[in-house]
Write a protein that binds this ligand. Structure first.
Ligand code: G4P
Length: 526
């Protein structure tokens, strides 16, 4: 197969959801369809359950599982599918955001009884920033849920994206009859008797045919016809380009647990989801079809064994062909490196590969050379834009708790931040280090890993902070003035960018009113 065909047949995507909406279940069902696994239950959830907050061995075990399931690749109908897994726990949301920099599209899973939840909203914001095409799988139709029109409105209003249903549910919960697949004009009947339903799928081009009554009865036929008519009136026709630009989300209904609606989703997905797209580097746009290899590190995973503190850097191939044992430029470090054991991930297996194409993810053995966002090329000096940093939600001062281990602490903190476990800020006024996280669990993980992997001890001190704000101003004098007055509330992030540490929403509001020419952002990219 030629280089171009290899790229065109690749679909690299992420499945995201608010915890418990059914991401793990859907992933597993997709792998079953792809023949990558043969029994349900083979994919372990990499969720860190709430009860595990203080159970560090559990966290470590989970980290192990998540290495294995970081990328799940399989072949399906001539396509090479790469599913990038994302952590299920909210406290690791940053990991998920970063993984989204490496996907070409996204499937969002929503629990039809709960509708749009907070985590779904945040994830969609990241997709919107990057114009990532998204599809929605409305899950758990076997349970009583919200009205489907209400759900679509919720997506439009809360996720700020236009929707177009490509399938439509016939009732839900105990009276759930199935879905009508608008895209393929098929009626898929649900038989809820056995949990692993093999659905009956009937070609059904004319929804007005009296045949419909035979399958779903008079009442549901009437409702289905009315609702489909309404859909045609209310929603514009599905337009693939609008989807590819990230402005329109096709919506599917089903039940991942019951294997219902999953194949339709997958079949439509491979048809319409994009192959690897142009990636924007700081210097220029890079086309995947360019001959020269380039890629970037979007995730770093530390080895769990404290005796081997090596790591795996996950590289997304953006252009050209990646070859084993070939010299590539590590742009930030300005040095050439070659990789003897690049790995690919097929479902639950790892194997050393000789070549990889745009869209693929390669795991590279790393002894501490890489940071998230690093670019590799055949020699060109380009830098892929990483993901912006987002303001953490929780902050603590971090202090050395063992004077003999200062160096170990510094190194440990540095490497953990390279991995993206949390964010580190250095206060400009007193030089104190502040760790910012999304949730409490990250503080526990850092403390635990510093001790077990680096032999360092840290202690936290509380600090009253609301947000870290990156600043932008066209008025240099005002910015200078602000710096002078707020010197003790300024800090540098890990990349040396200045942030304002706002103590409270009120403090931020006051600063904004007084310094009206400065824009305060909750993300580092604006
Ligand atoms: P997540 O990765 O998004 O966090 O969700 P996950 O797939 O783990 O699913 C969360 C729970 O929802 C699981 O139940 C799962 O079985 C259930 N679920 C997923 N899809 C459906 C569906 O279509 N219908 C129904 N009724 N339930 C569904 P659990 O009890 O938390 O876990 P488990 O013991 O079943 O694994």
């Amino acid at each position: 197969m030629g280089f171009k065909e290899e790229i065109k047949r690749r679909r690299t995507f992420g499945i995201v959801s608010h915890p418990d909406a059914g991401k793990t279940t859907l992933t597993e069902k997709l792998l079953l369809f792809g023949g990558a696994i043969h029994i349900a239950g083979a994919v372990k959830s990499n969720k860190i359950k709430k009860t595990a907050t203080s159970d560090f061995m559990e966290i470590e075990r989970q980290r192990g599982i998540s290495v294995a399931t970081s990328v799940m690749a399989f072949e399906y109908k001539g396509r090479k599918i790469n599913i990038l897994d994302t952590p299920g726990h909210q406290d690791f949301a940053e990991d998920t955001f970063r993984t989204l920099t490496a996907v070409d599209s996204v499937i969002i899973v929503i629990d039809s009884a709960k509708g749009v939840e907070p985590q779904t909203r945040k994830l969609m914001e990241v997709c919107r920033m990057r114009h990532t095409p998204v599809m929605v799988f409305m899950n758990k139709l076997d349970r009583n849920g919200k009205n489907p029109f209400e759900l679509l409105d919720e997506i439009e209003n809360e996720l700020k994206i236009k929707v177009r249903p490509l399938s439509w549910p016939i009732s839900n919960g105990s009276t759930f009859k199935g879905v009508y697949n608008i895209y393929e004009e098929k009626l898929n009947l649900f038989s809820g008797e056995s949990k692993q339903t093999v659905e009956e799928s009937i070609e059904f081009k004319d929804i007005n045919s009296p045949e419909l009554e035979k399958y779903i009865g008079e009442k549901y036929s009437r409702i289905l016809r009315e609702e489909l008519e309404l859909i045609t009136e209310v929603y514009p026709k599905f337009d693939i380009d609008t989807y590819l630009q990230g402005h329109l989300a096709p919506v599917f209904f089903g039940s991942a647990l019951n294997n219902f609606g999953v194949q339709e989703l997958l079949d439509c997905f491979i048809e319409i989801a994009p192959h690897p797209r142009i990636v924007v580097a700081e210097e220029r746009e890079v086309d995947p079809f360019e001959n020269k290899f380039s890629g970037f590190v979007f995730k770093i995973h530390a080895n769990m064994d404290p005796n081997h503190r090596d790591r795996i850097a996950f590289v997304k191939i953006c252009s050209g062909t990646f070859l084993r044992n070939t010299n590539y430029l590590h742009v930030r470090a300005g040095k050439n490196m070659k990789f003897a054991t690049p790995t690919a991930f097929m479902a639950d297996k790892k194997s050393i590969i000789d070549e990889a194409f745009p869209g693929d993810i390669v795991g590279i053995h790393d002894t501490g050379n890489f940071k998230i966002g690093d670019t590799l090329t055949e020699g060109e000096n380009i830098h892929y834009k990483g993901l912006p940093s987002f303001s953490p939600e929780m902050f603590r001062y971090v202090e050395n708790a063992d004077p003999m281990k200062y160096k170990q602490l510094a190194k440990g903190l540095d490497q953990l931040m390279d991995e993206g476990v949390a964010q580190l800020f250095t206060n400009k006024f007193n030089g104190r280090k502040i760790i910012g996280t999304v949730g409490q669990l990250q503080f526990d993980v850092i403390q635990f890993r510093l001790e077990h992997e680096y032999g360092a001890k840290c202690r936290y001190e509380s600090i009253q902070l609301y947000k870290a704000c990156w600043m932008e101003s066209s008025d240099k004098a005002q910015l200078e003035d602000f710096r002078k007055r707020k010197y003790n509330a300024l800090a540098d992030d890990k990349y040396g960018r200045e942030v304002f540490l706002a103590e409270s929403p009120y403090a931020l509001q006051m600063a904004q009113e007084k310094f009206d020419k400065i824009k305060f952002h909750f993300t580092s990219e604006f």
